[in-house]
Design a protein around this ligand. Structure first.
Ligand code: SF4
Length: 449
């Protein structure tokens, strides 16, 4: 990309930023004018000779593009909020924590500030659903408590998706999260053997179950090819994660990324395979270090097999989400806390939305587990909401058609949906619109690659 920029627009300045800046020898690998390491807003302000201490105004941005499930196009209604960067937990593999020197850098330091941004972005985008891009949002407990007070004072509800470490959830409590409007959490469970401090002494199965009881969708993320893994112990870890019964599971291969303590350790021990191209260092195929018990070439297959086990044993995530919504609905509607009780409406709406995929899920079911889940869900939904309405009948048939088209698309190699080209210009007037052509050419060339 940088070569293309140099070719198409030699005067354009190239600034390299993000995690890639930790790559040793980067400055000799890629055409550039500057490298921005760590927190970028202050860095840019310094570059432009501006006051680094002025408040940060977050642009109102949507967090999704071309959302679709089973071929059903969904509106892009979620926005993104970035309250701060980094995490103090400093897990040895964590690129983000190390990138920000194991410290937290808050763009919004009080609950009032977070609330102000949420309201501003809601006004600009019309969305009250947010993905909170903060590695461990609730770890700033006082800020989160202040935010809840603000929301309570205004009787305001947002839907928030967050990342959270287990010990943080333990300390704030699931009910607090529900009151805050959190309905999705990405939880790093990593391994049965609490190899990282954040999961020590936490009953993860009970935590996941309680989160789902409040309608909070859980993604449990685990690491394969940890130091202690051999075939047996890795399978034990896979079993452990699957038995947590989360809505989603992510398996990620251990990845010693530049800048992390893990990278330093493995590099010193001569275990890193620098001959493997950097673009393959992503954790979703083969590992790039020597493991005592696995040959590198087979590691991608183990990872794929772990995902297949999840699908075969736990069924589709979409149906698990339908279960979570129902569990949440049943639990909160008679809850003693009024704020939690008030979540009933949105959980009911979610249940009825998921109901529309049941017949397509049955028609295209790929395993016995899916059928069992549907039998149970349809029975429970009937008890709770009565017979499906005529509207549900019609939309269910539309979903079946769209799902059939989606299957055809995937079978004929059209599975990738490319995000649309977007060009956004900040602080320049339209007459200074000098880089549109460059951006457009890059997009055209990139889509051909
Ligand atoms: S808790 Fe999560 S974000 Fe924090 S250091 Fe560990 S892996 Fe990184």
């Amino acid at each position: 990309m940088c070569e293309l920029i140099r070719e198409l627009s030699p005067k354009t300045k190239i600034i390299l930023g993000g995690h890639g800046t930790s790559i040793v020898g980067l400055k000799d690998m890629i055409e550039h004018d500057y490298i921005s390491k760590g927190e970028g807003v202050s860095w840019f302000r310094q570059l432009f000779g501006e006051d680094v201490n002025q408040p940060v105004l977050q642009p109102a941005m949507l967090s999704t593009t071309q959302r679709r499930i089973m071929g059903i196009p969904l509106p892009n209604t979620a926005a993104v909020l970035i309250p701060g960067l980094g995490c103090v937990n400093a897990c040895s593999f964590c690129a983000t924590s190390h990138h920000f020197k194991k410290e937290y850098f808050g763009y919004m330091n009080t609950g009032k500030e977070v609330m102000k941004e949420l309201e501003f972005i809601e006004q600009e985008t019309g969305s009250n659903e947010f993905f909170v891009m903060d590695e461990n949002f609730l770890k700033q407990r006082i800020r989160a408590q202040e935010l809840l007070k603000e929301m309570e004072a205004k009787n305001k509800y947002f839907s928030l998706g967050v990342f959270s470490s287990a010990e943080t959830i333990e300390s704030v409590g699931v009910e607090f999260m529900a009151k805050l409007g959190i309905d999705f959490v990405w939880l790093g469970v990593e391994s049965k053997r609490s190899v990282f401090t954040k999961t020590k002494g936490v009953d993860l199965a009970a935590m996941v179950s309680k989160l789902r009881d409040y309608g909070i969708q859980v993604l449990a993320s685990a690491i394969l090819f940890l130091e202690h893994h051999d075939k047996e112990t890795m399978q034990e870890d896979i079993d452990f994660v699957l038995e947590l019964n989360s809505d989603f599971v992510q398996f990620m291969n251990l990845g010693p990324l530049p800048g992390t303590a893990l990278y330093e350790e493995y590099d010193k021990a001569g275990r890193l395979r620098h001959d493997i191209p950097l673009e393959e260092w992503h954790g979703q195929d083969k590992i790039w270090f020597e493991h005592p018990n696995f040959k590198i070439d087979v590691t991608g297959e183990y990872l794929k097999d772990a995902f297949i086990q999840d699908y075969e044993r736990q069924g589709p995530s979409l149906l698990r989400l339908a279960e979570t919504s129902l569990r949440g609905y049943r639990n909160v509607r008679n809850h003693s806390d009024e704020r939690i009780r008030n979540l009933t409406g949105r959980l009911k709406e979610r249940c009825l939305t998921f109901r529309q995929v049941f017949s397509a899920a049955r028609k295209f079911a790929q395993n016995q587990k899916t059928i069992e889940m549907l039998d149970n869900l349809e029975k429970e939904y009937l008890i709770e909401f009565g017979k499906p309405s005529m509207v549900n009948f019609v939309t269910s048939n539309i979903v079946k058609v769209l799902s059939g088209i989606e299957i055809w698309r995937i079978k004929t190699g059209r599975s990738m949906t490319q995000p649309p080209f977007r060009y956004k210009q900040y602080r320049l007037s339209p007459s200074e619109n000098i880089n549109f052509n460059l951006a457009h050419s890059l997009d055209q060339k990139a889509s051909k690659v």
